[in-house]
Design a protein around this ligand. Structure first.
Ligand code: CMC
Length: 435
């Protein structure tokens, strides 16, 4: 633990003379954390924090979020600057290694990723075990999990070289698997990766090309894709990243851990939200229907949420959403889409929600998913692929966080406690004596 001690907080048990001084640990920025590791040993109590909203589960140097100010930093660099000036591969290097690469380092790293884009040929056959109508996230999760059955030579998590190669393999192969989940669903031949293309170009190529015709990647769309990947690359200890860390804390191999992260990302409250936004916009259907929809959202009993709004951490505009909004206009302009009814609906919905007291008082602002669905739809991605794309980008964050965890000497198996409210001990009752 390298956070410095910065004061203390004393906790005392009412009605007893027992108390404990807990050290307050300060990071470089952000709130200090009370170190409760000796709490149970000294006072015999645990803390209660369902959803871990107040709990720092680890020390990390990778990503910082100030949810009140709408700030997101990767290794100290603002997301706005990285999205504007850096390529996704540069961002991947930064997240993994801690520093921006110089020209030679970037060339080497890029070549390393390009070197690993192909899949073991036998892994192709895995796809055939899935139904054609399977959700691509189900296929992605299964095939990524299966990587550990193919790459035995990089599974020793105590070996830094194995960890390095596994990181390259994951970053390089996940786009290939992702594109193939789509090709499999639509019955088109799998396109092998092209290592002469950039990361984003290659992904678009594998998604859209067919062997029968030449395919030229649109540079504006490739630049937008690269930026979308950067925006989704990491987001500190969110549900899927915490899942990866928790799975990794047991010593599980990185391919299995990333498969666990993919499963966690799939849910509509997390990565599945971009898909849900588009479904919601289609269901609303028309600008005139917005007021009725908003009243449903405000009615507690309806359980309807405004998808793409709200965030566990951001209580301000999600900085990624602003960049997404701009990218959305760039993509629609490039594709010559003058009037997109879904975009019109989204813009109007956002305007109304940002003025409505329900959303204002709860600090519910658009998040990264509000506009990403519209962009991806315009680029030709089917809705079911949205979360898959998120997983492609987040693989870099997951593997960086996994690596940091493995290298952290204070790392232990993740094992939360509970507040038990079930029956106290009782004796087994033979069936004839039960009511
Ligand atoms: N629409 C309507 N009301 C909402 C919404 C929403 N999208 N989000 C939160 N609320 C309300 C909620 O009902 C509660 O109201 P009250 O205090 O009256 O009970 C209050 O706001 C606080 O909500 P919460 O559930 O305690 O907030 P949370 O921090 O647990 O949830 C969230 C965060 C992202 C799960 C939630 O805002 C949500 O479900 N949003 C829609 C799904 C979505 O867009 N998810 C993508 C998140 S960004 C991508 C990613 O990083 O994964």
């Amino acid at each position: 633990m390298s956070g410095t001690t910065n004061g203390s907080v004393t906790i005392s048990l009412d009605g007893t003379n027992q108390s404990l001084k807990l050290p307050l640990l300060a990071g470089t920025i952000g709130p200090s954390v009370a170190d409760i590791r000796k709490l149970y040993g000294n006072l015999g109590i645990f803390t209660f924090d369902p959803g871990y909203g107040e709990t720092a589960s680890c020390e990390s140097k990778i990503t910082y979020i100030d949810g009140d100010q709408g700030v997101l930093l990767y290794r100290g660099y603002p997301i706005e600057e990285l999205a504007e000036y850096a390529s996704f591969i540069e961002v991947a290097y930064l997240l993994l290694s801690g520093e921006l690469p110089n020209a030679a380092q970037l060339k080497d790293f890029d070549a390393g990723v390009r070197n690993h884009t192909m899949l073991h040929e036998q892994l192709r056959r895995f796809f055939e075990g899935f139904r054609r109508d399977a959700h691509p996230m189900a296929v992605l999760c299964g095939v990524v999990g299966a990587l550990s059955a193919f790459y035995h030579d990089s599974l020793d998590i105590t070996n830094p070289e194995h960890r390095r190669i596994s990181a390259f393999r994951l970053i390089a192969k996940v786009p290939t698997i992702a594109a193939w989940t789509y090709k499999y669903a639509i019955g088109q031949p799998f396109m092998y990766p092209r290592n002469d293309l950039s990361y984003a170009e290659n992904f678009l190529y594998m998604m859209n090309a067919v062997p029968a015709e030449p395919y030229k990647v649109n540079p504006v769309l490739a630049a937008a894709m690269d930026r979308i990947l950067t925006l989704h690359a990491d987001h500190e200890q969110n549900a899927s990243t915490s899942t990866v860390r928790l799975a990794g804390s047991t010593g599980a191999n990185p391919f299995a851990c990333i498969a666990a992260g993919i499963a966690s990302l799939w849910g509509p409250a997390h990565g599945g939200a971009n898909e849900a936004v588009l479904r919601m916009l289609s269901e609303i259907g028309h600008v005139k229907a917005i007021p009725e929809f908003i009243s449903k959202v405000k009615d507690r009993n309806s359980h309807v949420r405004l998808m793409g709004f709200g965030h566990r951490v951001y209580k301000n505009y999600d900085p990624r959403a602003k960049i997404m909004q701009r990218t959305c206009h760039e993509v629609l302009d490039e594709l010559g889409i003058k009037d997109d009814p879904l975009l019109d609906l989204a813009v109007e919905l956002e305007k109304i929600a940002l003025e409505d007291d329900y959303f204002v008082s709860r600090k519910l602002y658009p998040n990264v998913d509000f506009y990403s669905g519209i962009i991806l739809k315009a680029m030709g991605f089917p809705t079911s692929m949205f979360t898959v794309l998120f997983a492609v980008a987040r693989t870099v964050g997951w593997i960086s966080q996994w690596q940091e965890m493995i290298e952290d000497p204070s790392q232990r198996i993740g094992r939360p406690r509970q507040l038990y409210t079930g029956p106290t001990q009782r004796s087994y009752l033979p069936i004839e004596k039960r009511a």
